[in-house]
Design a protein around this ligand. Structure first.
Ligand code: GDP
Length: 532
């Protein structure tokens, strides 16, 4: 066999065993807990909390991790990898705070599937719905995990109904809970009818999973067993079976019930991920053509994170491998400029550890440190022809502030900091001739982004800033011709987005926007991808 063919076979085989996914949820639904439970169950780490625990941040030195610690929120993200029965699961961690949704959205552009995590007592919550919309927009198939079944919650049928009614996904349970939430007795697998009894641990400790025959369970559990049997019959009657094509087509969602804290039902989720979640597929380039997995290396930057290590002031570009085999030391070409990029410092981005990565395959994420000039959305490729992946959509900001250096003598530091934060996508930077370069407008999806900017401008770029709120709430895109007319209107201001050159229009409020749209239907006023 030729070496070229061997390499191609290797790439295809490696891609086929990868599952690259994220967990989407509302804060507090149990994402951190589930992440740990998945890692523990997959035996990737020995004790829960070692990778990701909120209470375990020792040794973390970066600037804004202090902020995370003091606010009890998670801003940074990484990738966790679990080896599970020969499959490699890459879990792309997303920041937990609602304000960092823009980062979360970018991470979702790099996954092949998502787990939608619901709290059994709360069902679909605001942030879950927003993130669901992003997945839908990106055709990311969704598995649903209903968590905290060990606590009082809602009826399982009611939760399925909510999923169907509110987000239009046909819900296909893979397992079914026996006993109501809070009086949880165990799970029945719908595939083979087997029953696993839930024996709670003490004080949130791992529960015991005891396999029992249906006859024994029926004798022991009596009425609650009967109820579960009736519900299962009903599910079969209404046709709540999993159709794999409907799942990958975004029409249906496999649903699993369980409890992340006592680690019950978590291995069923791992099984479902390896069985149903799609492996990396040929990605569409900007022209809409799919680039086969076994072509030379190509990838896309989906996130740039700076200030991760105080000692080095480094930044890290996260790249999703889309095709081919990555080898450390390769010279890559940057799609936007045609410039070469050396990769001898490529790293893994697993948890807190940074080690060099020598090879990576489609579905993997590699980190390239200190590659200034790499921005979110950049395509990278080896050899020729050039590869260009579609831009990662920016989300419509809803909060706007004017930013000025406190000390005008530090304008150089100020400009460098703003440019860096802009290229990372920490905020969007809008400029106009009227306001000048000394007072750019920062636009964010969530107000916490401004706090990060203020903190980093002061501590990382040595240029403390003043931020003043602006009374705009709506943001749209326009073209040069319409911009000229819009600029003359009351309650409207036109800007250029530094990073992309897009013409961005801000409107005082939605009534003003609607009135202008009504009175001037000829103007180009285009919606940005809404954050919710
Ligand atoms: P996140 O904000 O989504 O990352 O949520 P966390 O993982 O921090 O969980 C929020 C709270 O719910 C914590 O107090 C967890 O211990 C608790 N929790 C998470 N999963 C479960 C579960 O399955 N059962 C119970 N009883 N509590 C849980």
């Amino acid at each position: 066999m030729s070496t070229v063919k061997a390499k191609i076979d290797e790439v295809s085989a490696e891609a086929a065993r990868r599952r690259t996914f994220a967990v989407i949820s509302h804060p507090d639904a149990g994402k951190s807990t589930l992440t740990e439970a998945l890692a523990v169950q997959a035996a990737a780490i020995s004790t829960a909390g070692a990778v990701h625990g909120k209470g375990d941040r020792a040794g973390v030195t970066s600037d804004w991790m202090e902020m995370e610690r003091s606010r009890g929120i998670s801003i940074t993200s990484s990738v966790l990898r679990f080896d599970y029965h020969g499959a490699l699961l890459n879990l792309l961690d997303t920041p937990g705070h609602a304000d960092f949704s823009e980062d979360t959205y970018r991470v979702l552009s790099a996954v092949d599937g998502a787990v939608m995590l619901l709290d059994s007592a709360k069902g679909l919550e605001a942030q879950t719905l927003k993130l669901f919309d992003v997945c839908k927009h990106g055709n990311v198939p969704i598995l649903t995990f209903v968590n905290k079944w060990d606590r009082p919650g809602r009826e399982p049928l009611e939760l399925l109904d909510e999923v169907e009614q509110r987000i239009g996904l046909h819900a296909a349970p893979l397992n079914w809970p026996v006993g109501i939430a809070g009086d949880f007795r165990g799970l029945i697998s719908r595939a083979d009818g087997s029953f696993t009894k839930f024996v709670p641990g003490i004080g949130g400790a791992k529960a015991q999973a005891v396999r029992m025959s249906a006859e024994d369970a029926a004798a022991e559990l009596g009425d609650v067993w009967e109820t579960a049997m009736e519900e299962l019959t009903l599910l079969t009657e209404i046709g709540a079976e999993l159709d794999e094509e409907a799942f990958t087509g975004g029409i249906s969602t496999p649903v699993l019930f369980g409890a992340a804290l006592p680690q019950f039902g978590v291995s069923a989720l791992l099984d479902a991920l390896t069985t149903y979640a799609p492996p990396p597929a040929a990605r569409k380039d900007a022209e809409g053509d799919r680039r086969p997995l076994d072509t030379p290396f190509s990838g896309q930057v989906f996130k740039v994170q700076a200030g991760m290590d105080k000692a080095h002031r480094d930044s890290l570009a996260f790249i999703r491998v889309c095709s081919g085999r990555f080898e450390r030391g390769m010279t890559l070409t940057m799609g936007s400029t045609g410039r070469g990029l050396v990769t001898k410092h490529a790293q893994t981005v697993f948890g807190r550890d940074r080690t060099t990565v020598d090879t990576a395959y489609p579905g993997d994420v590699i980190g390239l440190p200190n590659t200034h000039g790499l921005t979110v959305g950049e395509s990278l490729y080896e050899g020729s022809p050039a590869v260009s992946y579609p831009a990662i959509p920016a989300f419509a900001p809803e909060h706007f502030m004017v930013c000025r250096a406190k000390d005008v003598g530090k304008y150089k530091q100020f400009r460098r900091g703003i440019e860096q934060l802009d290229s990372e996508g920490a905020v969007q930077v809008l400029r106009s001739d009227i306001r000048g370069d000394q007072a750019p407008v920062l636009a964010a999806v969530g107000p916490l982004q401004f706090e990060v900017v203020a903190h980093r401008m002061e501590h990382e770029f040595n240029s403390p800033v003043n931020l003043n709120g602006l009374d705009f709430s709506e943001c749209r895109l326009t073209d040069a011709e319409s911009a000229e007319q819009l600029a003359k209107m009351r309650g409207v201001e036109v800007f250029k987005r530094s990073l992309t050159g897009d013409l961005v229009v801000l409107f005082a409020d939605k009534w003003r926007l609607r009135a202008i749209e009504r009175e001037h239907p000829d103007l180009k006023i285009e919606q940005m991808l809404a954050a919710g």
